[in-house]
Design a binder for this molecule. Structure first.
Ligand code: ADP
Length: 515
């Protein structure tokens, strides 16, 4: 029986189009803790900002459920009452349901006690002590919404993102009679970063009334703790991650964070799909955040942005400075991103003929080391600690080179923004960085950047020296820029890959029910 026949053998009498080479219109429910433009700490938000629109463009109906954090508003949204019981306690709030376009809605989960706070997951570097409640609450809210949203049409796919939504597929599998509107949906889980596993002491299982049947090695138990991510992986029909290389790397002990065995066991139910980028937001030809716009056909605006960038960081802007390459970094300051490599190599890097600009926030130790470096060599490096979208755009546009020396990188978005902005990426050959950057070599034809393999300061220094040598050869440098600017990283192709996964998930769900 093929998937279509299997899906139609379900106890659902509604007529549907035969696929006949075409994908039937799917109803897709995303659950995530971040989505642009309402809440963002990293790439997850960019994905949830853009993927729903790309799926809608392919003809599907998409609803995204996320927490309504402090400051986020959905003007004109319809309010629906919400009451969530977890163990002995009940929380009151509301759902804000907003249609963004004919095929796309967003649903904000407004429970002020959980979400009206300074940070999304943490404050002052410490995770909120009630994160287990908060994101069990998100899962319940999403399922309550699905159960009551009778006018929103059928839900074929429930797509949970990262540990914060990991309980969603687990609760559906645990209580199909309670969540009837999604019980037969295909369940998809996407891992955006395996380093974050939603690990809690096992007592949360009892306290939040989750049911001890979830606390088994086959489901949520992870070395005597309870993992929301593992629950989600084990309960889903299909599991994806955000690049093909990371899908392979994460099944190996070195980068599997203890989950490699769980992921290996999925076999071909675990798939890597490269993220796209939002090419309407990240487009140097129309970016309203830039002092000057430009394209591959006319790059003069890039030089204007370079001057504005140096000026913004209080760095020299004379002819010498403008001729010198600017190396940019925009990142969360966490060990994943390889800042220790850059900082350990700093004395040698700062002696080279380049200027550095760094935007980031995160671990206090990295923040302090970077600020200290900027105090020591103020003419060579500017550092801005904070989260600043506008400045991130200016760095992408004004820098010549973009550095990502990550220790691991599930996908990485900045290298793709850099390619589009004619800013040549220099990356460690891991995860999505390896999948998107084609390294410069003497006679390499389609090179768009530089890569190094060893996670050592020496390897980084060697590569930056090579970058500076090539930068002195204008025609070679222009070829690198042109190659990168012509790469297509729009969401269309990736969204089509997700639709394939959705079909497989529906088929698997149908088989589950046929058993
Ligand atoms: P991750 O999700 O691991 O943080 P990605 O490269 O996938 O890494 O995505 C990071 C996203 O967050 C990019 O859109 C990047 O521009 C943005 N970003 C990270 N740090 C900052 C910052 N300090 N200011 C502005 N944007 C930032």
């Amino acid at each position: 029986m093929d998937w279509w026949a299997a899906a139609n053998s379900l106890n659902d009498s509604r007529p549907r189009r035969s696929p006949a080479g075409r994908t039937p219109r799917l109803g897709i429910l995303h659950v995530a803790s971040e989505a642009e433009p309402w809440a963002k700490t990293g790439g997850l938000a960019d994905v949830l900002g853009a993927l729903p629109a790309a799926l809608e463009a392919l003809g599907h109906r998409v609803t995204t459920v996320l927490p309504l954090y402090r400051g986020a508003v959905l003007p004109g949204a319809e309010r629906r009452p919400l009451s969530i019981r977890l163990g002995a306690l009940t929380w009151q709030g509301s759902l804000h349901v907003l249609a963004l376009s004919p095929g796309r809605r967003v649903v904000g989960v407004d429970v002020p006690e959980w979400f009206d706070r300074d940070g999304l997951y943490a404050s002052g570097g410490h995770d909120y002590p009630d994160n287990a409640e908060r994101f069990a609450g998100l899962a319940h809210a999403a399922l309550d919404f699905a159960q009551q949203d009778l006018d929103g049409g059928r839900i074929d796919i429930v797509h949970a993102h990262d540990w914060q939504a990991g309980l969603v597929p687990a609760l559906i599998r645990q209580q199909p009679a309670r969540w009837t509107r999604v019980a037969r949906a295909g369940l998809v889980m996407t891992i955006h970063n395996l380093a974050y596993q939603g690990l809690f002491p096992k007592e949360v299982v009892g306290r939040l009334g989750l049911g001890w049947d979830l606390f088994t090695v086959a489901l949520g138990e992870f070395w005597d703790q309870f993992s929301y991510l593992k629950c989600g992986i084990a309960s889903s029909d299909m599991v994806t991650t955000v690049s093909p290389t990371y899908a392979r790397e994460s099944t190996q002990p070195a980068l599997g964070f203890g989950f490699d065995g769980v992921l290996r066991a999925l076999g071909d139910r675990y798939v890597g799909i490269l993220n796209g980028i939002d090419t309407t937001v990240w487009d140097p030809a129309s970016d309203p955040r830039l002092p000057a716009r430009y394209s591959a056909l006319d790059l003069t605006g890039k030089q204007v942005n370079k001057r504005a960038l140096l000026d913004r960081f209080g760095l020299p802007v004379g002819d010498d400075a403008l001729a010198r390459p600017v190396i940019g970094m925009v990142s969360r300051l966490v060990s994943q991103k390889g800042f220790d490599l850059m900082l350990d190599a700093a004395d040698e890097l700062m002696a080279l003929d380049a200027t550095w600009v760094v935007l980031g926030s995160g671990d206090a130790a990295y923040e302090a080391r970077l600020q200290d470096l900027a105090r020591r060599v103020p003419s060579r490096i500017g550092v801005h600690i904070g989260f600043d979208e506008g400045l991130a755009h200016l760095i992408e546009a004004g820098a010549d080179v973009f550095l990502m020396p990550s220790r691991f990188e599930p996908c990485g978005l900045n290298q793709m923004y850099s390619l589009r902005y004619g800013t040549v990426p220099v990356v460690r050959a891991v995860g999505g960085l390896d999948d998107t950057v084609r390294p410069y070599r003497a006679r390499a034809r389609r090179a768009n950047g530089f890569k190094f393999r060893d996670a050592t300061p020496d390897a980084l220094i060697r590569t930056i020296r090579q970058v500076l040598r090539v930068h002195k050869r204008p025609e070679r440098w222009a070829a690198l820029m042109r190659e990168g600017m012509s790469d297509d990283h729009s969401w269309g192709p990736s969204a089509r890959e997700y639709v394939k996964v959705y079909r497989q998930a529906r088929y698997a769900a149908a088989l589950r029910w046929a058993d």
